[in-house]
Design a protein around this ligand. Sequence first.
Ligand code: SF4
Length: 335
Amino acid sequence: MKESLFYSVGKENRVHCTLCPHHCVIKPGKRGICRVRKNDAGKLISENYSRVSSVGFDPIEKKPLYHFHPGQIIFSVGSIGCNLHCQFCQNWEISQSSCDDFEYMTTIAPDKIIEMASDRPDNIGIAYTYNEPAVWYEYMMDIANLAGDTGLKNVMVSNGFINPEPLQKLIPFMDAFSIDLKAFTEQFYLQLTNSRLQPILDALKQIRKSGKHLEITNLVITNQNDNPDDFEAMVDWIANELGEETVLHISRYYPTYKLNDPTTPEKTLNHFYEIASRRLDHVFLGNLRSNRGQDTTCPQCKTIAILRSGYTTRIVGLDEQGNCKNCGNNVIKFI
Ligand code: SF4
């Protein structure tokens, strides 16, 4: 446990948490919507500080990040809790739990995480992932601060539902962001995630403006966010506001947790891939076996730059600066 950042105390010891756009006002003894920030007699406590549910070395493509050190390994670490309550969450056992009802956690100090991450010489850094790392803010910052001295990269895999001030303070410590853009309607976000779309769009613009590496994932769910017009509006927004070079992962949904809609048909994913490819340079298909939407091609001359098969990655058409060997165009920055 550690005292939280970003809160104020009001009447009757109620605390106002300003970490995320929920702006929870929490009575003494109660927790916020994320279930891991608790008012302890007028002090907001991060209950999941140093409480780790999962660790492991993953291919960076699993985050998913395809244009940030492709083919490399990253040490991944997660806790419990989330500020969204997605009905289709694939990690709901950890994301929708509090420290009282999830017992499979280990206490690991930030310096120990650095030690564990440094265990493999081929590891490029630390990914804060599995549950929502924004609700683990203090721990993530403490680790990221230490990692900076070691040369380890910091990667945040997030839903993007975080307020501008905490995000701004976090950005200098992060090297890359993998952000879910779950849909492009407020109705979807309200009904299926208990949150809002606009703050996430604002966070995406803030990250893009910072110059840090950014990739976006959109999970296409049958009957819920598979309207082609909404999807096209989302792609247009990404192209116009974030740039056509923004990497978009279109991911296949499988029924899970509270949602029983059928698995997304391949036909829908292929159609969305075509829509997105008209505006964006780099579109990928995830969560399905397909030869389409796997490789990176040079947007200028269409030469294959990176070949992928599952999590096996081969850089075939880039030089050491990430430039296309055929035409010299810069395809990726972080190679
Ligand atoms: S971080 Fe948690 S407690 Fe704070 S506003 Fe968001 S949901 Fe509420």
